[in-house]
Design a protein around this ligand. Structure first.
Ligand SMILES: N[C@@H](CCC(=O)N[C@@H](CS)C(=O)NCC(=O)O)C(=O)O
Length: 377
């Protein structure tokens, strides 16, 4: 299996964790030198992508993993119990979409992290571009910090709240890991795999968050290593049959953060707005990019909830007592993404989470000059 990916990428790290656990062999290479073909085949140049032997492309780790679970049923990562499975998928969605801003902030707001990562990325993904390395690094720094940090609502007044998201996640995960090696049992589930997106390549590798984790949260550093190495140490799946009480802090955090953002984003997309504001845990965020892809995430969560039997639905409701959770089972806020209407994912023409990056567009002339970096994380 060919994975088009990047060694320091959030979602590539999530997919690699999964493939290693499942013992699915793969080779990896960055896709950017072949961007025209990749865009034609996959719809968007983002990482990771999988190119199959028959030429088909798979995009988007959430449907990729769901499709691979059917194709490679050994060592499943989806819990059998429907309530545990729904909660695991909700944790995956929070890891994918809420912790993204936190991870990008630590990587691109701190000078040391920014210098190191722009150097790694320039050497890994932009060597086909005929511009001096310092120019390639400059574009990468501007693109990533401008588009994904400053352009995604990280300001002096949200900075502390963004960082609080990292600590709250670790505290809540620690609650769950006190009596088990993985969040929902004795084997990694899609909840662990999802959280490896932010925790493997960003929090566990970027200098600033990694120092915090290693020095103050070594239990979490152990979980990162354990999940990465689970292919060698875990013989088969073993999940809980109930969502444990120690998941309460993580579920509250998900309701108060991720679901608030999903709701405000869906409202913005429904109104045709490209930017929106929201208040999360009392902290106002201004001028955020609306995402059609995240409306699709909400559509899928609602669909998974609707597919549960009434007793499981009641159990999920009892686990999510925060008022924000009603977003999942009521449709006062419309969720209509018009994305993947024929349900071909992961074999569809994909869209990016943020379809436009205004900062990248500002540097388009420079990029064209040397065929400069068009995507990285
Ligand atoms: N929902 C997608 C997200 C993939 C994604 O956003 N990947 C980042 C890198 S970690 C990317 O390629 N971004 C494109 C860009 O920066 O233009 C997935 O789960 O695979």
């Amino acid at each position: 299996m060919k994975v088009w990916g990047v060694s320091v990428s959030y979602f590539t790290g999530k997919l690699e964790t999964y493939l290693r656990y499942k013992h699915i062999p793969y080779e990896m290479e960055p896709p950017y030198a072949d961007a025209v073909r990749v865009r034609r085949m996959a719809g968007a140049v983002q990482v990771p992508l999988i190119e199959r032997g028959d030429g088909r492309f798979m995009s988007d780790t959430t449907p990729i993993i769901q499709a691979l679970e059917t194709e490679f049923p050994a060592r499943p990562v989806m819990p059998q119990n429907p309530v545990v499975r729904f909660i695991a998928l909700l944790i995956e969605d929070y890891a994918d979409e809420w912790l993204w801003r936190v991870a990008m902030h630590y990587r691109w707001s701190y000078e040391h992290d920014r210098e190191l990562l722009s150097r790694i990325l320039a050497d890994e993904v932009t060597t086909h571009i005929r511009l001096p390395r310092f120019v390639r690094r400059f574009i990468l720094r501007k693109r990533q910090r401008g588009g994904y940090v400053i352009g995604d609502g990280v300001t002096d007044s949200t900075w502390d709240h963004v960082e609080q998201g990292y600590f709250t996640a670790m505290r809540a995960m620690q609650d769950m890991l006190r009596t088990r090696p993985f969040l929902l049992g004795d084997a990694p589930s899609i909840a662990d795999i999802g959280l490896m997106g932010p925790f493997l390549r960003h929090f566990g590798q970027d200098p600033t968050p990694d120092a915090i984790m290693r020095n103050d949260w070594p239990d979490i550093a152990e979980w990162v290593a354990r999940t990465w190495n689970a292919g060698a140490t875990v013989a088969d799946s073993a999940f809980l049959d109930d969502v444990p009480a120690d998941a309460a802090a993580l579920l509250t955090e998900i309701c108060e953060t991720h679901l608030v953002q999903l709701e405000a984003n869906a409202q913005a997309v429904a109104a045709g707005d490209t930017r929106f504001a929201m208040t999360v845990q009392g902290c106002p965020y201004e001028d955020l990019p609306a995402s059609r892809y995240r409306v699709y995430c909400l559509e899928r969560l609602r669909e998974q909830f609707a597919a549960l039997d009434p007793a499981s639905q009641a159990a999920v409701k009892a686990l999510l007592p925060s008022p924000q959770a009603a977003l999942i089972w009521t449709d006062d806020v419309p969720a209509v993404s018009h994305y993947d209407p024929d349900r071909q994912a992961p074999y569809n023409q994909a869209i990016k989470v943020f379809e436009a990056n205004p900062v990248a567009e500002k540097f388009e002339w420079l990029r064209r000059l040397g065929r400069a970096p068009e995507a990285a994380n």
